[in-house]
Design a binder for this molecule. Sequence first.
Ligand SMILES: Nc1ncnc2c1ncn2[C@@H]1O[C@H](COP(=O)(O)OP(=O)(O)OP(=O)(O)O)[C@@H](O)[C@H]1O
Ligand SMILES: Cc1ncc(C[n+]2csc(CCOP(=O)(O)O)c2C)c(N)n1
Ligand SMILES: [Mg+2]
Length: 358
Amino acid sequence: MEFDLIHRYFKTPFGGLAQANPDTVLFGIGDDCATLRLAPDFHLFTSTDTLVEGVHFFSDDPPRVTGWKALASNLSDLAASGASPLGFTLNLSLPEIDENWLAGFSAGLLDIATRFNCPLVGGDTTSAGSNPLKTLSITVFGQAPASHLGFNRAHAKIGEEVWLSGTPGLARLGLLLEYQRRGRLEQLCKGNELPQVQALLAAMPAQLRQIAVSQLGMPVPRIELGLQLRGLASACLDLSDGLSGDLAHISSASEVSAILFQSSLESMWRKLWPEIDQQANAAGLLKILLEQTLAGGDDFELCWTAHPNRHDAIQSLKAGLHCVGVIEPGSGIWLQSQGASRERVSSCSFNHFAEIQN
Ligand SMILES: Nc1ncnc2c1ncn2[C@@H]1O[C@H](COP(=O)(O)OP(=O)(O)OP(=O)(O)O)[C@@H](O)[C@H]1O
Ligand SMILES: Cc1ncc(C[n+]2csc(CCOP(=O)(O)O)c2C)c(N)n1
Ligand SMILES: [Mg+2]
């Protein structure tokens, strides 16, 4: 039965993509192992990520969106390492055969796989047993020249600048909107945070709401940017848990502190939401926006450090890159306000064993 499924939903399209990459995929779906060829003098990069229904995606999410996001979150790890995609494997654990879901899921997966030239080369399909929820695991493979050793989290140095791509925090707004749409917003907001978050969501222009929901469901992994940052960035990671939690990985591995400038984070938001200053309580809205940016999650944007003499080269790579902070001696993450006072930011990574789920 599962052989039939694999053929119908996964082998045909991805077999096609694998055939389009004969120099890379020597053997794809159908054998005990897939065989991938690295370019001469290239290193293999690999990363794995699991999506669990109800934890990483909603049960009623369009399956196309779930298919896209499953591979996007893995490609984002390659991007953060400055590696280019070679292929991926997919492990599916399903409570039942839902043909509609499988058709949508494989369409979303094919879409992003084609866009990033990353063929499906193998996997495993099992029943979820008595577990009623779907679990999707992807392992992605990529390569980079041996001269590029990735961007080690321990390589941030004092005096370097802290950069962000896109607008971290946007996916968190998307998540808040999706919880609100399902009448479950209070599950994401602690204590008296709820009315402030409701005010923020109510003030968002319709177009920004759409962008936020799309950033949550269909993030675009920053593969090209990761390649461009080779030789420019020192430490780099992708933001999956949230800016404060993920940047804390760099500060603790590099034994430094990271100072984020409130004014730079606010200008980042003003570019996307220029009308915010016309709102009655603009300062209050910006404050909540910054809290969501720091606590965030699901952004799949890149965060990196680089020597200031690389500033112009980085700024000219593309639009939408923001220099938002600096690396200093010390430890932890700090938010520096306009008045020069500094507050330590408590790192609030997504905690799988604490957050309220379904
Ligand atoms: N069960 C495990 N066994 C071995 N290593 C693990 C396990 N879980 C996580 N790791 C490793 O721990 C490190 C941090 O894992 P984590 O999943 O937080 O990665 P990340 O890149 O920071 O986040 P994300 O995967 O969401 O992008 C990674 O190097 C990962 O390979
Ligand atoms: C339905 C639903 N509820 C909550 C969230 C938020 N969320 C789940 S896992 C995670 C961090 C990264 O996980 P990991 O560390 O496993 O990569 C975040 C921010 C979501 N995406 N969907
Ligand atoms: Mg990562």
